[in-house]
Design a binder for this molecule. Sequence first.
Ligand code: TXA
Ligand code: MG
Length: 336
Amino acid sequence: MRPLIRQIQIDQAVDCLKKGGLVAMPTETVYGLAADASNDAAIRKIFAAKGRPVDHPLIVHIASAKGLTHWAIDIPDYALKLADQYWPGPMTLILKKQAHVLDSITGGQDTVGLRVPNHAVAQQLLKAFGGGLAAPSANKFGHISPTSAEHVRQHLSNVIDIILDGGNCGIGIESTIIDCTGTSPRILRPGMITLETGGHGGAAPTSRPRVSGDLASHYAPRTTTRLLSAEAIDDKLKNSQNVAVLSTRKYITHHVKLYDTRVPHRAPSIDPNISHWIVMPTDPHAYAHRLYEQLHFADSLGCQEILIEQVPDTAEWSGILDRITKASRGESCAHP
Ligand code: TXA
Ligand code: MG
């Protein structure tokens, strides 16, 4: 069950943000490292804490779509429809920025990324704060994004003033980013909102997911990670004794320890003679929810390699495929 955040913790977090501090904020996608979006010095602290290059722009989180016009200009009708349909939710809109939006947020571009998160604690914080919160994922640049307060603590506790624990993130991978500066929407980073499965009520025209070159940051474990076909993984297991596998199948043999993602598991003591097989959910939403949690777990096992089994190349898996491709830093044979 999600731990409750008491009002006093929200008050302390707001106070900290107003003074230019950093607060780890749970959202439905991943935990964010939040700072006051109108405070240049606070924004710079985010980049220092993450070790993030300054030309990687940040998403501004707002309490509701009513705040759109404070941050953006020239908002096309299709963007308003998307906001109406998917916010609060795991979607970021890239729009032309208002003149006051800080260059430190936009990386000097004339656009700004905006998102209304769908998490009770993020909503509580944003409403109490009253302004926008710039927040990248609360991990060191290039590493796996955090989906629990414990992940944030492990990687960034020494540089964050307050960590708000809102439990495990429901969606589990970062928001879908949609460029709304052209005549039709264009997906820059795929996520669990695909537009193709978007349901009813004036959904925007479909756009094939595309990963922009300048968004090609990684989501990588420390352990060498490969994306392989089922056959290639089975072959590897015949010869390797010390790998961790993420697969939706089960593989049963004596030197392989099996994990069910529905049951919490802790890393056993490191044993170079066994391999670890993590049985991932077959439903893409459940898979996304577990992905970073299980990558963090696999990374803690001290194995020689993490092997991720290829997932279907369909729209509903596109966000997952994007993240596991980046996690494997191109060390893949995606379609052997
Ligand atoms: O789900 C999410 O989006 C999470 C939670 C915390 O909201 N945030 C997140 O932030 O993933 P971050 O900083 O790890 O990734 C934000 C991405 C970056 O790839 C950045 O380049 C892109 O958003 N982005 C932000 N503003 C942009 C802009 N104006 N134009 C193009 N891309 C932008
Ligand atoms: Mg990130």
